[in-house]
Ligand binder design. Structure first.
Ligand code: NI
Length: 170
């Protein structure tokens, strides 16, 4: 397994639209394992392939307190969304140290393939529902800061660019 570099906002590659996975083979499983290792190492609850510059519809997540319940979603689709919405603070490994509230469906059901290519449905609420919607947005090239006001977004963009310059200098 290997740690993968995570793209940081406002990297334009975060806005690419991911393609469906044709076959869940060893290449995909290796990527999934690397993504899980990368997510756990970075202490994130979810990671989309887009964030590691692979533009295929793959998500890994773990919203358990014990950090031992990995979920793999390949070619995820939402098959049900509650009308009720909720607002929770969200963060993102591609936008470090930035948290803000985004409106999400309170409950969703996602249909996907697992690590062995088997289809399954998962009903999600709370943090898991937020995570699924946040990560699925990554697959269509959308970063959560795009839901914030233009003023906030510009402020985050400036902060991230400054941070990148400082890291380059270091
Ligand atoms: Ni994210």
């Amino acid at each position: 397994m290997a740690l993968l570099p995570i793209l940081k906002f406002p990297d334009p590659r975060l806005h690419k639209v991911a393609q469906a996975v044709a076959t869940v083979d060893d290449r995909v499983r290796r990527l999934v394992d690397d993504m899980l290792q990368t997510m756990y190492d970075a202490e994130g609850v979810g990671l989309a392939a887009t964030q590691v510059d692979v533009h295929e519809r793959i998500i890994v997540m773990d919203t358990s307190d014990t950090r031992d319940q990995p979920v793999v979603l390949i070619n995820p689709e939402l098959v049900q969304r509650s009308e009720a919405m909720s607002f929770r603070d969200e963060g993102c490994l591609s936008v470090p140290a930035t948290y803000d509230k985004v409106a999400r469906h309170e409950q969703v059901t996602v249909r996907a393939l697992d690590r062995s290519g088997q289809p399954f449905d998962m009903q999600c609420e709370g943090l898991a529902a937020v995570c699924v919607q946040h990560e699925m947005d990554h697959l269509i090239g959308r970063v959560f800061v795009e839901y914030l006001s233009p003023l906030k977004r510009d402020r985050i963009r400036s902060k991230m660019l400054k941070r990148a310059r400082e890291e380059q200098r270091a």
